[in-house]
Structure formats: structure tokens, C-alpha cells
Design a protein around this ligand. Structure first.
Ligand SMILES: Cc1cc2nc3c(=O)[nH]c(=O)nc-3n(C[C@H](O)[C@H](O)[C@H](O)COP(=O)(O)OP(=O)(O)OC[C@H]3O[C@@H](n4cnc5c(N)ncnc54)[C@H](O)[C@@H]3O)c2cc1C
Length: 296
């Protein structure tokens, strides 16, 4: 059942899962298995990423449509400003609506491979705030936006960057999903700044379950996330044993979410990497905080 995102935030706690469109048949098998397992847990929504430059447009739509119409869960389709003019964005919104999808995560997007900088498409959008305004004016979509607790990598001026987040919110966003982070102080500080600025829409903490050492170096290089000492030591200790590394990552996420819950953060978005077991294990250990989740 595809609900509007703003209808979902009436609950005390909330859990959602992110997927990306797979490139191979094996990847496709894995994502559908994971969707089936995680759907049974009764999360609030699933989201599907949109590849740089629209490279995954068809596959993203396929997965988002399958989630909505076959799995019958609420789906948030990511959409970006990359390579699309206003008419093309309008067409994409209509196509999403046709498939029954009524929520988007509106992003500027990263430049496609081989390009170092984002280039505004002719008659398109330069920033996510412009896209949010356009979607608000041209559709009935529930709209989420991205937030960066440690600041966005392209903008060294953190205050200016935070100001641009407020522009996206003022343009009509219904909620914020954060970039992954491992240091909870960054999130608590971000939450405080939002509340001080008078922001009332929900803040959804992006949780990345760590399953390998090499993955974490790649991800932190891309996101610029701070690695707390405890995490650094764990990665060094367990990087040669995939099983121990995954167990450490699971325990770390359980501790991270517990501390966030105790600090008043109630909404969580898991970057599943199209896998289900580790996210399920994490949430199983946290089940007393999430009474609406199923584990049978
Ligand atoms: C939860 C989440 C999901 C994501 N999913 C995807 C995905 O599916 N596909 C994908 O390609 N990428 C995805 N990304 C990555 C995202 O597209 C990149 O981080 C991108 O570089 C910025 O997108 P944004 O929407 O935050 O941009 P914006 O909010 O537009 O900000 C981009 C940069 O421009 C600056 N800025 C904003 N407004 C102005 C202004 N008016 N004047 C001057 N500077 C300004 C900001 O400070 C920032 O540095 C995701 C990120 C997150 C956190």
C-alpha cells in the first residue's frame, strides 16, 4: 500500500530500507530476495536510488514499481537534477505517478562518471532546492531531501551548506534523510541546529551496516564521514576475517542506533546494499524499540 511519506511520521519510531538497482541477473535475484525478506518485517518504506546521469533510470523504475505494485509497500523513488530538463523531470514524475509511486527523494545528484563537476542541464535545475520547488508545484508527491550532518563535500563553508538545506526545506520538503555517519555527536549537533532553525519536519538518520573494511574506506572517502576511534580499531582488528567484521559491524550499528534512540532520534533509514540478513539482525537486537516490526 503506497502511502504518502507525511502520513508515515505519525508513529513514534520509524524504519526504512534503501536499495539500488542491480546491474546483473545475480544482483537482481539478490535484490528481490532481500525485498521479500525485509518486506515481511513491515518497514515504513523502501527507497530506490537513481544512478548518476540517469544511467539506471529504467532499472530504478522497475524496482520502484515492483515494490509498489508487487510487494505493495510504500516506495520513495530517488530523483536527481543530472541530465534532465524541466520537461523530462515532469515526464519522470508522471511516469512515477502512473506506476503508483507517490514519494520522491529529490537530489541534485553527483556528476556522471568522467565528469568532475555537476553541470546544470539547459532548462534544468542547478540545486536540489529548485527541484523540490518544481516537484511541489507540479505534482502531489511526498518529498524527502538529503541532509549532511558533517556538511556536503562540495561546500567547505558548513554554515552556508546548512543554509542551503534550509532552502530545500522551505521549498516544500516533508522530511530529511541523512548521509551515513558513524559519529553520533555529528547527528545530535545537526538535529539541534535544525530545531534551533525552527525546522519541524522529521529527521531520518541514515544507518550504514558495516560488513567489510575495504567497503568502509571507499564509503568514507566518498562521504567524508568521520570514523570514531572505536570503529577504526575494530576495522583494523577484524579486516582479515569477513565473519568477524560483519559481527563487529552489526554490534556497532546496534550500539549506534541505541544511543541515537536514547538521545531522541526516532527515525532510521538503513543503507542495505541490497542485502537483508545484517539489517535484519541489527533490528532484531533492537526489536523492543520498534514494536511495529515483525520477525517471524
Ligand atoms: C540519503 C541520500 C540519498 C542519495 N541518493 C542518491 C541517488 O539516488 N543518486 C545520486 O546520484 N546521488 C544520490 N545521493 C548523493 C547526492 O546526489 C550528492 O551528495 C550530491 O552531490 C548532492 O545532492 P543534494 O541533493 O544534497 O544537493 P544540494 O542540496 O543541491 O547541494 C549540493 C551542493 O550545492 C550547494 N548548494 C545548494 N544550494 C546552493 C545555492 N543556492 N547556491 C550555492 N550553492 C548551493 C550545497 O551546499 C552542496 O554543497 C544521495 C545522498 C543522500 C544523502
Amino acid at each position: 500500500m503506497n502511502k504518502h511519506i507525511y502520513d508515515l511520521f505519525k508513529y513514534d519510531t520509524h524504519v526504512s530500507f534503501e536499495f539500488f538497482p542491480p546491474k546483473t541477473n545475480q544482483g537482481r535475484k539478490q535484490i528481490y530476495q532481500s525485498i521479500a525478506r525485509l518486506k515481511n518485517m513491515n518497514p515504513d518504506f523502501f527507497s530506490v536510488t537513481y544512478g548518476a546521469g540517469g544511467t539506471t533510470a529504467e532499472r530504478s523504475l522497475e524496482i520502484a514499481s515492483a515494490l509498489t505494485n508487487l510487494a505493495q509497500v510504500t516506495c520513495v523513488a530517488h530523483i536527481t537534477c543530472v541530465g534532465m530538463n524541466r520537461d523530462e523531470v515532469k515526464n519522470l514524475l508522471q511516469s512515477l505517478e502512473f506506476h503508483g509511486i507517490s514519494n520522491v527523494l529529490a537530489l541534485r545528484g553527483d556528476p556522471p562518471q568522467g565528469q568532475t563537476e555537476f553541470i546544470k542541464p539547459e532548462n534544468g535545475f542547478a540545486y536540489a532546492s529548485e527541484l523540490v520547488r518544481f516537484i511541489r508545484e507540479n505534482s502531489n508527491m511526498g518529498i524527502l531531501v538529503a541532509g549532511y550532518p558533517e556538511g556536503h563535500k562540495d561546500n567547505p563553508d558548513k554554515k552556508d551548506d546548512f543554509g542551503h538545506l534550509l532552502e530545500k526545506i522551505n521549498a516544500g520538503a516533508n522530511g530529511i534523510i541523512t548521509q551515513l555517519f558513524f559519529d553520533n555527536h555529528c547527528l545530535f549537533d545537526f538535529d539541534k541546529r535544525l530545531r534551533q532553525a525552527g525546522v519541524e519536519i522529521p529527521l531520518i538518520a541514515g544507518i550504514f551496516p558495516i560488513s567489510s573494511g575495504s567497503q568502509i574506506s571507499r564509503i568514507t572517502e566518498l562521504s567524508g564521514a568521520t570514523i570514531p576511534q572505536e570503529l577504526r580499531k575494530g576495522i583494523e582488528k577484524y579486516c582479515d576475517s569477513p565473519e568477524d567484521m560483519e559481527k563487529f559491524g552489526t554490534d556497532f550499528a546496534v550500539r549506534q542506533v541505541t544511543e541515537l534512540l536514547k538521545g531522541g532520534i526516532n527515525h532510521f533509514h538503513f543503507y542495505t546494499m541490497n542485502r537483508h540478513q545484517q539489517t535484519r539482525n541489527i533490528l532484531y537486537q533492537l526489536r523492543r524499540y520498534f514494536p511495529r516490526l515483525n520477525f517471524w
